[in-house]
Design a protein around this ligand. Structure first.
Ligand code: BGC
Length: 767
């Protein structure tokens, strides 16, 4: 094809240059064009995976050493925005050192099922936690002028058939569960890029989804960055471009560029669509390579030149930060008799290969080549007299029997047995899902046999996705869920076990008794390339609390070495917002950190709502006896649900409970606040009897007019209940009823009068 000259606004580039520019160059860079420098991007999210040579998106090839921080599954359990922001900043410092312009993270997909193979890369089952902590990560990274790539947009909650599956999810569930983390980060943190996911959403591939990439992302959320594809997510470049996908990765893809040129020349694609994407690539390049003048006053901090000099300097400081983050990410689930913290003088059995060969990250594109790795065993040996037994081998061909026998013997002659178990590396990775939440049978046997000879057994778990604690939970007095902790996890475990750091993590996902108890159980991962999100908004604790299904440990739960008490919950409210204040006191003997959790329990409404939803949290550090006051600002969204009639957020009038909880299941304090919704709905002849009755104007009049009729039901049931869903139009067709209700059309006109509706809205207290 002969080169053609550009007519569009994409200054001075030929059509071919423009078509080439919206497809990457190799695995990790954009194409260079006149006046547009190359932009480099690398994974992400819990450390860098910069591949100087051949690239791949599955973590197979080698990458430069970088600090491996705790993956999101651990970091999220810290519930600490400041900590996550500092981790983001450290990653940006390493990005600058390695010449990386954009870090491919954070992943804020919701943990819909414990089986998702990539749950270790995601934050939570709750959109608020995901949005807040993912947002803190973006803030940290971008504060140094490095870009983030918010992924995987959207509804990518499984690895099974991830490139083809259609997530069938209803409008309200999308808005309330699967989109808010993205929305909050896009609107508050302005990530440089958003990465579209591989999957389809209600049949339409994310890469070609105009509603998702343009109407919602740009139209509603005002996103002005660049949309990049997940690696290999594009099937049809022209429809993807038209939908709003600016950059296809990786590249080059000659067929994509040629298809764009052809579509423009044939008139199928308006050249301005291509120009817009080109301008976004240019905008990204300008952000990545700002002129000195542009840097002045844009809020980005410029590192002193020494920061880009010594890799060694940052390596030790970043390792220390990784250790701090790891210590704050562990969740102490059980500590019967206050067995922890340990005393350094007792002989301790350390059991489990993971103590010597730690599992600290998951497999796939996020896999970091760590600058060093701290195992727990040497860290513990430095603190107390230790006897070690591996207990099992990571090589499945090795006979487990002699290893278990040896471990039991070691445990029986020690004062405490620390058992390191969890999920073997092969069980969780990008690219496939798990099929069970059980620990390997050998690990379960090891726990039970050690516990049988040593009642002071401490189980330390290493796993990315949730594992079941059955049937061994009651056999042991202590369980420390340490997730995947990054490269400094071993030292951090020793810090927590010996009390140098008091545990302060809280569960960012519920631990069920059984996989069968989880809300997506019957629908996950779907079949024939379709997965139905049949549980709707009832994901994680929203389901367990609403359906009253018991879990082993609820969302938000976690112990410390001290105790906390919340008191004096106060509220002030205006029409638009509510301010809640609560006092938190460290009532124990040691310093520690507490996560104050605020839930809203909705007023009764026309739609079924979760019993409670997290709307605020704050982590506070307190010395023994110290108190502090924590404030939460709640805007209208904290009370709203997505209304599928108006396609908008709606706050139904009524009384809402504001709750302070130690978890989603343990509410320590609550109080009630009344919210007035918008003017009542417009009534029509298609409105139902129930709507007529619920309306603040027509309800009382209608009820009075037909008083007595309620007794007419021969069956003893309420007549109103029997006809609640009947449209008014149909009701009036029954002989006699039309006559009796001849004034109804007039009444509807009065009720719909704008002045009457506004005044009625003020007084509406809901049902
Ligand atoms: C993953 C992304 C990753 C990309 C580049 C894909 O397989 O889904 O999360 O950023 O590869 O490695």
């Amino acid at each position: 094809m002969a080169p053609s000259s550009s007519s569009g606004s994409a200054r001075g580039l030929t059509l071919e240059q423009k078509a080439a520019l919206v497809v990457g160059s190799g695995y990790w860079a954009t194409v260079e064009a006149p006046g547009i420098p190359v932009v480099t991007m690398n994974d992400g999210p819990h450390g860098l995976r910069t591949q100087p040579n051949n690239g791949d998106n599955l973590g197979l090839g080698s990458s430069l050493p970088a600090t491996c921080f705790p993956p999101a599954t651990g970091l999220a359990s810290s519930w600490d925005r400041d900590l996550v922001e500092r981790v983001g900043r450290a990653i940006a410092e390493e990005a600058i050192e390695q010449g990386v312009d954009i870090v491919l993270g954070p992943g804020v997909n919701i943990k819909r099922s414990p089986l998702c193979g990539r749950n270790f890369e995601y934050f939570s089952e709750d959109p608020f936690v995901s949005g807040q902590l993912g947002g803190a990560w973006v803030r940290g990274v971008q504060s140094l002028g490095v870009g983030a790539s918010l992924k995987h947009f959207a509804v990518n909650n499984q690895e099974t058939a991830r490139m083809t599956v259609s997530a069938e999810v209803d409008e309200r569930t999308l808005r309330e569960i699967y989109l808010p983390a993205f929305e909050s980060i896009v609107t508050r943190e302005e990530p440089w890029t958003v990465m579209c996911s591989y999957n389809r959403i209600n049949g339409v591939p994310a890469a070609e989804n105009h509603w998702l990439l343009t109407d919602l992302l740009r139209g509603e959320w005002d996103f002005d960055g660049l949309v990049v594809s997940d690696w290999g997510a594009v099937d049809q470049r022209v429809p993807a471009l038209a939908a709003g996908l600016d950059l296809e990765m990786p590249g080059p893809q000659r067929d994509s560029s040629e298809a764009i040129v052809h579509a423009v020349l044939s008139g199928e694609l308006d050249e301005s669509v291509l120009d817009r994407a080109v301008e976004r690539v240019r905008g990204l390049a300008e952000r990545a390579h700002p002129s000195p003048e542009a840097l002045d006053g844009d809020g980005v901090e410029v590192l002193p030149s020494s920061a880009s000099g010594s890799v060694h300097h940052s390596a030790s400081a970043h390792h220390a930060l990784a250790r701090e983050a790891a210590a704050d990410s562990m969740v102490l689930l059980r500590n019967e008799g206050g067995l922890l913290p340990l005393d350094t003088n007792q002989p301790i059995a350390v059991i489990g290969e993971f103590a010597r060969t730690p599992r600290f990250q998951g497999a796939g594109s996020s896999q970091v080549n760590p600058t060093r790795v701290d195992a727990a065993l040497p860290a513990l040996e430095a603190l107390a007299p230790i006897e070690f037994a591996p207990g099992y081998s990571l090589d499945r061909r090795v006979d487990a029997e002699p290893l278990i026998r040896e471990a039991v013997a070691v445990a029986s002659r020690s004062s405490v047995a620390l058992v390191f178990v969890g999920l073997p590396p092969a069980e969780e990775s990008e690219g496939f899902d798990r099929t069970s939440i059980d620990l390997p049978p050998v690990h379960v046997r090891l726990i039970r046999e050690v516990a049988a000879v040593n009642p002071r057994t401490v189980v330390i778990l290493s796993n990315g996705g949730v594992v079941s604690l059955e049937p061994w939970h009651d056999d042991v007095p202590v369980i420390l869920e340490s997730w995947l902790l990054g490269q400094a996890g071993g030292a951090a475990v020793a810090d927590v076990l010996f009390g140098r750091v008091a545990p302060s993590g809280r569960l960012a996902e519920s631990i069920p008794f059984r996989l069968q108890d989880t809300p997506s159980y019957l629908n996950f991962p779907g079949e024939n390339d379709v997965v139905r999100y049949g549980e709707g908004v009832f994901v994680g604790y929203r389901y367990f609390e609403s359906a009253d299904v018991a879990v082993r440990y609820p969302f938000g739960f976690g112990l410390s070495y001290t105790t906390f008490e919340s008191s004096d919950l106060r509220m002030t409210s205006t029409r638009d917002s509510v301010t809640a204040t609560v006092t938190v006191t460290n009532t124990g003997e040691r310093a520690g950190k507490h996560v104050v959790q605020l839930y809203v329990s909705a007023a009764p409404a026309d739609v079924r709502r979760p019993v409670r939803e997290l709307r605020g949290f704050q982590k506070v550090a307190l010395d023994p006896g110290e108190s502090t006051e924590v404030r939460f600002e709640l805007d209208a969204r904290a009370f709203a649900h997505w209304d599928t009639r108006s396609h908008d957020w709606l706050v139904p009038s009524g009384d809402y409970r504001i709750e302070i909880g130690d978890s989603a299941h343990d509410i320590a304090l609550w109080t009630v606040v009344t919210r007035r919704g918008p003017a009542p709905v417009q009534l029509t002849m298609d409105s139902s009897v129930a709507e007529l009755l619920a309306h603040p104007v027509t309800g009382p009049i209608f009820a009075r007019a037909v008083r007595g009729a309620d007794d007419e039901s021969a069956m003893g049931g309420s007549l109103f209940d029997m006809v609640a869903t009947v449209p008014i139009r149909r009701l009036l067709r029954f002989p006699g009823v039309g006559d009796q209700m001849r004034h109804l059309p007039l009444l509807l006109r009065v009720a719909n009068n704008p002045v009457v509706r506004t005044v009625a809205g003020w007084f509406d207290r809901g049902r």
